[in-house]
Design a protein around this ligand. Structure first.
Ligand SMILES: NC(=O)c1ccc[n+]([C@@H]2O[C@H](COP(=O)([O-])OP(=O)(O)OC[C@H]3O[C@@H](n4cnc5c(N)ncnc54)[C@H](O)[C@@H]3O)[C@@H](O)[C@H]2O)c1
Length: 455
């Protein structure tokens, strides 16, 4: 941990720290998506002067009109933030006015499942010309260790015509340097039990002063900042957290497949194991991984590991098990229909839930998207219902033109397939009316019926 009392603060860094501590600072947030927009609201509530930057003009228009485009963020929150001075813009010259700039842009995989850093590179190129001495720039996007030091900083330095450099550990006190840190976003979408403020914020600077500046800023909106020794530790910490989740989900998914063959209820097993007060954390099996994080982030590390002649076997195996789950679900639907003497081809199937997890409106990488394709490849007739997605059009890896079906005529489907266990569904009623229910989430827990097939 850095020894804060021994740090050499330049005059300009001291001024910034004061502005972060008394919340008089101006903060720019780049990327107004699931991470960046809630961050703007938190900063704005805390009294900072916040400007959001994006290249998506529709998002800027919505925010400027006080509208929200993320389900869990009410329009009232946007309007309140606007009263506090929050503005959204595509005018990147306004970055020059900011004391701190927080980057929250996507980090997907390419079609060859390699890290796609194009959004970080584009953002760095857009930020570089406007950098000011003493400004703090923090990368929040999840990525492999080394991205901040090896990719972001060189782009910020080379694109900056005034020749400003990032403050480094071994050359402290550059009068006109800017400061760079990495601080991962740890939000858990849909989790209403942990307040965002209570999630400790990990901060690792390119130099110790950057760590301290970023920690001071985040302490204005989070109860605790966890200072670490550098950007790589902070980058790796985020990946460890997500790989831990990915591997454990793969483990319960594999044990689910085995338990089904053995006639054992895996969900009862997990609930029972969870009664142990130490050494066990419950993870839930499901139809496959989804979201912008767990199916993607581990492969950022696998890719980087190759540079060190290292094969990340746990990550590869977990990926293999989790990616096989949609196919497994389709086999189970075929099996369940078979028991009712029906073929999968030609059967009418209603999928419940398009979001990758319950009670949220995010369908990125959702297994439901894959399962639609697999069912259609077997000539099943597929419809879906999801209160969070009245329509599903086109995305990065899908091109559907579907509208959410009504739940009024459940009787007309040969099978109702539960893929996302949204709490708004009345599962007793669904089981009562459907001819067959295939449940991949244990949403029908406690309901006894010969027409329910849990898998
Ligand atoms: N969504 C989550 O729950 C979550 C949780 C933890 C970490 N993360 C990480 O946070 C990062 C952002 O994820 P997200 O879910 O908010 O993504 P998102 O797609 O919801 O939002 C990203 C935003 O960045 C904008 N953008 C893209 N390129 C830009 C550019 N060059 N300049 C300005 N804006 C640009 C997009 O228009 C979009 O509004 C990713 O690295 C992700 O892995 C996400």
């Amino acid at each position: 941990m850095p020894e804060t009392q021994q740090l050499q603060f330049s005059e300009i860094a001291t001024q910034r720290k004061r502005r972060f501590a008394d919340r008089s600072a101006s903060v720019g947030v780049i990327g107004l998506g699931y991470v960046g927009l809630p961050l703007c609201i938190l900063l704005s509530e805390a009294g900072f002067n916040v400007t959001g930057f994006d290249i998506d003009q529709k998002k800027i228009d919505d925010l400027e009109a006080g509208r929200s485009y993320i389900f869990r963020i009410p329009a009232d929150d946007i309007q309140q933030a606007r009263k506090n001075g929050f503005r959204a813009t595509a005018d990147f010259s306004r970055l020059a006015e900011q004391d701190a700039i927080l980057l929250c842009v996507p980090t997907p995989l390419t079609n060859h499942r390699e890290p796609d850093l194009s959004y970080i590179r584009d953002t760095a190129a857009a930020v570089a010309p406007w950098i000011q001495p003493g400004q703090l720039i923090v990368l929040e996007s999840t990525t492999y260790p080394g991205t901040t030091d090896e990719v972001l900083i060189p782009l910020l330095e080379s694109g900056n015509l005034r020749g400003l450099k990032a403050q480094k550990k071994d050359a402290p006190g550059l009068a006109d340097a800017f400061f760079v840190a990495f601080s991962p976003e740890r939000e858990d979408p849909g989790n209403t039990t942990v307040a965002r403020r209570d999630i400790p914020k990990v901060v690792g600077g390119h130099d110790p002063v950057a760590t301290e500046l970023a920690a001071t800023l985040y302490e204005g909106i989070f109860n605790r900042a966890v200072r670490v020794s550098g950007t790589r530790v902070a980058e790796m910490t985020k990946l460890l957290e997500n790989i831990y989740r990915c591997v454990n989900i793969a483990l319960v998914n594999e044990l689910k497949v085995l338990s089904l063959r053995m006639g054992i209820d895996i969900w009862e097993v997990i609930d029972t194991a969870a009664t142990k007060p130490f050494g066990f954390q419950a993870f839930q099996p499901g139809p496959g991984l989804g979201g912008h994080c767990i199916p993607i982030d581990p492969f950022y590390l696998s890719w980087k590991a190759k540079e060190y002649d290292f094969n990340t076997r746990f990550i590869e195996l977990a990926g293999e098990v989790n990616e096989a789950m949609p196919e497994f679900v389709v086999q189970q639907v075929a099996k369940a229909l078979n028991r009712q003497k029906k073929p999968l081809a030609g059967s009418k199937i209603l999928m419940l839930g398009m979001s990758y997890k319950k009670d949220i409106d995010d369908l990125r990488e959702s297994p439901s998207l894959t399962i639609i394709e697999l069912l259609r490849a077997e000539c099943a007739e597929v419809e879906y219902n999801d209160p969070y997605h009245p329509k599903v059009g086109r995305g990065r890896h899908y091109n559907l033109n579907m509208t959410s079906a009504s739940l009024d005529d459940l009787e007309k489907y040969d099978c109702v397939l539960i893929l996302t266990d949204h709490t708004t569904y009345d599962y007793d009623d669904i089981v009562l009316r459907a001819k067959l229910v295939v449940d991949t989430r244990n949403a029908t827990k406690g309901i006894r019926s010969p027409t329910v097939f849990r898998c």
